[in-house]
Each structure stands twice: as C-alpha cells, then as structure tokens.
Design a protein around this ligand. Structure first.
Ligand code: RB5
Length: 144
C-alpha cells in the first residue's frame, strides 16, 4: 500500500518505528513529519498530511503527536478526512469497518496494550462494511 505519515516532535521515535515496520512489510511510505525534537505545531503537520492525501495517490494516512489527540482533532477539521485515534486492535479494526477512516492517529507518549505496527496491520486488514454505515459516513463528511 501507499501510505502518508506525519508527526510532530512528540512522536519522532514512534514515527520511525512505524516507517521501519511498514517498509519492511513492503509498503511505500512517504514521511511528511519531523525527524528532530524541535518544537512544531501539530495543526500544521496535520494540514500537510491531509493535503497530500487529498491530492491522491495514497491508500491512507497515519498521524502521530505526543498524545495522538491534537493531530487527530486537526485532521478531522479538514473536509474529506476521517481520522480515528486508535487505542487497541478492536478500535483499529472498527474504525475501518464502520467509519471508513482514511487516517489513523497514535501518540508517541502513550502506552498501548499492543505494538502500534500490530494496530496498523489490523486496520489495513479490515474492510469497510458499507451498507448502513455509508449513510453515517456521508453525514460525517457533511459536517465540515
Ligand atoms: C506537544 O507537546 C503536544 O502537545 C502534542 O504532541 C500533542 O500531544 C497534542 O495533542
């Protein structure tokens, strides 16, 4: 798959872990995040990744900040982006199956019950169910 990833200074190590795992699995990853701990503003990072995704060519995007909260809030303000903050294998699957999330977000300062690459794999393996969920996703997309 083709994946765009971006992060602020709160998630440099996590982003690098994710990129390494995805590339090792044969995926094409574009890194639009920062690689130092110099402070940046996560709305700028989210905007950059969202614009790249909406321009086309990516299957989905990954966003990381310290908590995963700020960057997901920012991404969800961009029309066409449905960013899910994922916490475990269940939320990783459900955000694709029911919400058709096109971005998933993680926190570099969060302790998760399973490795982040495993949650990303669960998201990638899940399939959007459509049907009654499409009406709700359409309504989501009308909110901004
Ligand atoms: C940066 O210190 C931090 O606020 C940011 O990475 C994120 O956690 C915000 O939600």
């Amino acid at each position: 798959m083709r994946i765009v990833i971006a992060n602020d200074h709160g998630a440099v190590a996590l982003k690098q872990e994710i990129v390494t795992a995805l590339r090792a699995a044969g995926h094409e990853v574009t890194n639009l995040g920062v690689d130092t701990e110099e402070s940046v503003d996560y709305p700028d990072i989210a905007r950059r990744a969202a614009a790249a995704y909406l321009a086309g060519g990516y299957d989905f995007g990954i966003l990381c900040c310290g908590s995963g909260i700020g960057i997901s809030i920012a991404a969800n303000k961009v029309r066409g982006i449905r960013c899910a903050q994922v916490f475990d294998l269940y939320t990783a699957q459900m955000c694709k199956r029911h919400n058709n999330a096109n971005f998933i977000a993680f926190g570099g300062r969060v302790t998760y019950p399973v490795p982040v690459p495993a949650m990303i794999a669960a998201y990638m393996e899940a399939e959007y169910e459509g049907g009654r969920h499409q009406r709700r996703v359409d309504k989501l997309d009308e909110l901004c």
